[in-house]
Ligand binder design. Structure first.
Ligand code: AMP
Length: 422
């Protein structure tokens, strides 16, 4: 029987994992410079946590969650996004009591049973951040600047930050009524999907990709034109803070985000290098969620970004991230007698932190040298009876072509510092 990975899931193979690590390092470094600390939560949660927070009417909860009953009959779900889990952890561990503004980030796998297509996976990875505890637009601006910083720090140029405000419980109901009225008059032009959304989630129709929907909503009223005074003031504050922070942005009144819990700020970062699934990241403010999930009334804002999309965008632009790790030193055995000595020397060098490799397959000297080259080792040492007898080895540069010699019994002590000098 042959096994294959599940549709929509991928192996990240040894030959490519360095690219992930490089991108993850850039994420961690941006998060660190903005003073966000990492949080790690379990891969699965009670199903109700997600259905309650993300909303029963969203695609994620309606059709994409990996939900299963455990042996006790409890309904569990593999996390389709991180915000709900972070807020659950925030409430459960009283994080808000320890400090007034909690700033956390994550890099983790997410699971959604999407229709497999380019750029849409069933297990994918997100990095993101949440700032819990402040209502003012300064934190929204920080979150947007932070997400843009990651792409900037990796040298990506073709990305755009688009912002919107989706209002709040005060001003959204009246706008929603207005929009529903407008859309009802154009029922016959709407796609089936949008007709289904019309009564329950009409705002989502505004970001539909369907041609007919686009035509029907061309002149539709937008939330941003109907914000109440508080939301409007917040949005103005956000814009001026983004400008002050040097973040280039566009205003896009059609950004609604898929999830129910957003209030005020909603934003997206898209890349023109990605084709039809062009979203690199999305986020916004969710002032109602902490209370909805049983915590104190606490405002919050955050973003989530796709790792796979980031890596795809990085592929489109030349940069020096792509050199895979390789051994610093390869020690070859010229004859059988040398093998034991080589093995113990390799261990000594490794314990000093030097990436060291030798042959474990009993290969001939010639094919050991070929292997050292194939692995891109920086240096090569060959040890045989002659080297043992004279107590002297030559350390040859494979790429640099420089060489020097040192006593065999001093290699473990001297080589690490000699190579550091180079
Ligand atoms: P969302 O949580 O849906 O707002 O997604 C945030 C980001 O995660 C998106 O902008 C994408 O970059 C990425 N993303 C979402 N869903 C998928 C998926 N099924 N496959 C790959 N990346 C995804």
């Amino acid at each position: 029987m042959k096994f294959r990975s599940i549709k929509g899931t991928h192996d990240i193979l040894p030959g490519e994992v360095h690219r992930w690590q490089f991108a993850e390092e850039a994420v961690r470094s941006a998060m660190h410079s903005f003073n966000y600390l990492e949080i790690r939560t379990p891969a699965f949660e009670e199903t109700a946590l997600f259905s309650r927070s993300i909303g029963e009417l969203t695609d994620i909860v309606g059709k994409e969650m990996y939900t299963f009953a455990d042996r006790s009959g409890t309904s569990l779900t593999l996390k389709p996004e991180m915000t709900a889990s972070v807020i659950r952890a925030y409430i459960q561990n009283n994080l808000g009591e320890q400090q007034p503004l909690v700033k956390v980030y994550y890099i983790a796998p997410m699971f959604r049973q999407e229709r497999p297509q380019a750029g849409r996976l069933r297990q994918f990875h997100q990095f993101g951040a949440e700032a819990i505890g402040s209502a003012g637009p300064a934190v929204d601006a920080e979150i947007i600047a932070l997400s843009a910083r990651v792409y900037e720090s990796l040298g990506l140029r073709n990305f755009a930050v688009r912002i919107n405000s989706v209002g709040c419980r005060e001003c959204r109901p009246a706008y929603r009524k207005l929009l529903t009225g407008y859309l009802r008059e154009r029922r016959d032009q709407l796609s089936e999907e949008s007709l289904r959304r019309l009564e329950q989630n009409p705002l989502r129709i505004l970001d539909s990709k369907d041609e007919g929907d686009r035509r029907a909503t061309k002149d539709a009223p937008l939330m941003i034109e109907h914000l109440g005074p508080e939301c409007s003031g917040h949005f103005e504050g956000l814009k001026s803070m983004l400008s002050a922070a040097g973040v280039t942005y566009e205003i896009d009144g059609r950004i609604v985000r898929g999830l129910d819990y957003y209030t005020k700020t909603a934003f997206e970062i898209t890349s023109s290098d990605l084709g039809s699934q062009d979203a690199l990241a999305g986020g916004g403010r969710y002032d109602l969620l902490v209370k909805d999930l049983g915590g104190k009334d606490t405002p919050a804002v955050g973003f989530a970004a796709g790792m796979e999309r980031l890596l795809m965008a990085m592929e489109k632009q030349p940069h020096d991230a792509n050199e895979p790790p390789h051994p610093t030193v390869f020690i070859a055995s010229a004859d059988e007698k040398a093998r034991e000595l080589v093995a113990s020397l390799v261990l000594k060098l490794r314990s000093k932190g030097l990436a060291t490799e030798s042959d474990l397959l009993g290969r001939s000297l010639k094919s050991q040298l070929r292997e050292a080259n194939r692995q891109n080792s920086d240096r090569l040492i060959v040890i045989g009876s002659e080297e043992i007898e004279k107590n002297r080895v030559t350390v040859r540069g494979l790429l640099s072509k420089d060489e020097f010699s040192i006593p065999l019994d001093r290699v473990a002590d001297e080589l690490p510092s000699r190579l550091k000098e180079k």
